[in-house]
Every structure is written in structure tokens, then in C-alpha cells.
Design a protein around this ligand. Structure first.
Ligand code: ADP
Ligand code: MG
Length: 217
């Protein structure tokens, strides 16, 4: 049984002026422990695929096809059940950390929030887990007391990675994780990912326009 199976997924954005065929029949499977790369030019529908898997496409999207997680059809799951799949089974790291992170909330608060909600643990336990996660992704836990703008782009991507790992997901989707970063930081994050994958056997769907980066993984 594959961990994730996408079958003939089609997504069309219906706007007032026209219909955008963002995804037109993509099919793929990911086995447990596997790293799969999806590479394509900007605007080719990669983020739409990721949002489709997460059940986060905007309402004006016409979706067809099937998405199965461990043989369970998640593409037509009610929102309340999908909310449990997100974070704990499938977690995503989005490309634009400055838009994803709340500018007026300390980073530690933002990373502990999903843990308190989804793992049903106390705020103290979540904070100590958060510190561990920060160490895992190569950040000093001191940064938990900072605001997003006080960190560099590479550090913020590490925070998003820590957040995505916080509920021990089985599948990690990385959407342009390193695209906004300089070459050195990109290499550091790639090494971190390889290390994490080796240690924990994460299953990853790596989405990028950067063929060199994806093939180096
Ligand atoms: P990629 O991630 O590969 O750059 P996207 O999945 O973001 O591509 O976008 C695919 C296409 O869908 C693009 O043409 C984009 O302009 C269009 N698109 C994305 N989001 C929306 C939306 N909410 N409404 C209308 N069109 C959209
Ligand atoms: Mg994209």
C-alpha cells in the first residue's frame, strides 16, 4: 500500500473572467520512506497540487480525481476529519515564511499552538518539545522568544520546518522550501533535510522549480 496516491487530479480555478486549468490530470504515488520530487516552471500548478492534497484549495476551485492516504479517500473527506489528517498525518511547509508566520506573535507561541491543539498536550510540554524541535532543525531555542522579522529567511524556513514536524507527520510536503534562499543557506537546509530523512525515515514530497536542488536530494 502506498502512503499517498494521487489519481488523475484535475484542478480548475473558476474566476470571473475565465477558467484556469492549473492541474490537468496528474497521477503519482509515494511509498513510505520515499522522497519524491515534483519539478516544474513557475505557474505550472505545483502549489495547486500541494493544496489539493491538503484539502486547502479555495472555494472557487473545481476539483476532480482521487487522493488516497493509506488507501483512504481523503479528497472528499469532510473538513472536520481532514483537519485531523493535516498536521498529524500530512504536514506542509509553505514557500513564503513571512506570509505564513504571524508578524505580531512570538515564534515559540506559533510553533507550540498546533501541538497544543492536535497532540492535546500542556503548554509547558509543548514548549519543551518546541525547544527540542528547534535543536533538531539547527536553531537555538532562544529564538522562540523572537518575532518573525528578527530572523533571517533561512532561519524562518527552519521555523516552518520545525512547525511542520511538530505533530510527527507521516508525510511532509515541502513547497519551494529553499527557493527564496541564497545558495549557501540552501545547501545547509538540504543537508538538514537529508540528515532528518536518514534519521527518521520521513516520507517527503518535495516541490520546487529548482531541478538542481531537487536532484541533489
Ligand atoms: P506553481 O506553484 O507551479 O508556481 P500554482 O499552482 O501556484 O503554480 O499556479 C498554477 C496556475 O494557477 C497559475 O497560472 C496561477 O496563476 C493560477 N492560480 C493559482 N491560484 C489561483 C487562484 N486562487 N485563482 C485563480 N488562478 C490561480
Ligand atoms: Mg508554487
Amino acid at each position: 500500500m502506498s502512503l499517498l496516491k494521487v489519481n488523475d487530479l484535475k484542478c480548475r480555478y473558476m474566476t470571473d473572467i475565465d477558467t484556469v486549468r492549473a492541474v490537468d490530470g496528474i497521477s503519482f504515488e509515494i511509498e513510505e520512506g520515499e522522497v519524491l520530487g515534483i519539478v516544474g516552471e513557475s505557474g505550472s500548478g505545483k502549489t495547486t497540487v500541494a493544496l489539493g492534497i491538503m484539502g486547502l484549495l479555495p472555494e472557487n476551485t473545481a476539483v476532480s480525481g482521487e487522493i488516497l492516504y493509506r488507501d483512504e479517500l481523503i479528497s472528499s473527506m469532510p473538513e472536520s476529519r481532514m483537519d485531523r489528517v493535516r498536521w498529524k498525518d500530512i504536514a506542509i511547509v509553505f514557500q513564503n515564511s513571512l506570509e505564513v508566520l504571524n508578524p505580531v506573535l512570538k515564534i515559540g507561541v506559533q510553533v507550540t499552538e498546533p501541538m497544543i491543539k492536535h497532540l492535546d498536550i500542556s503548554p509547558e510540554k509543548a514548549r519543551s518539545k518546541c525547544a527540542d524541535l528547534f535543536r533538531t532543525v539547527g536553531l537555538d531555542p532562544e529564538w522562540m522568544n523572537s518575532y518573525p522579522h528578527q530572523l533571517s529567511g533561512g532561519m524562518r524556513q527552519r521555523v516552518l520546518l520545525a512547525m511542520a514536524l511538530s505533530c510527527d507527520p507521516k508525510l511532509l510536503i515541502l513547497d519551494e522550501l529553499t527557493s527564496a534562499l541564497d545558495a549557501f543557506t540552501r545547501r545547509d537546509i538540504r543537508d538538514l533535510l537529508l540528515d532528518l530523512q536518514k534519521k527518521n525515515g520521513y516520507t517527503m514530497l518535495m516541490i520546487s522549480h529548482d531541478l538542481t536542488f531537487v536532484s541533489s536530494v
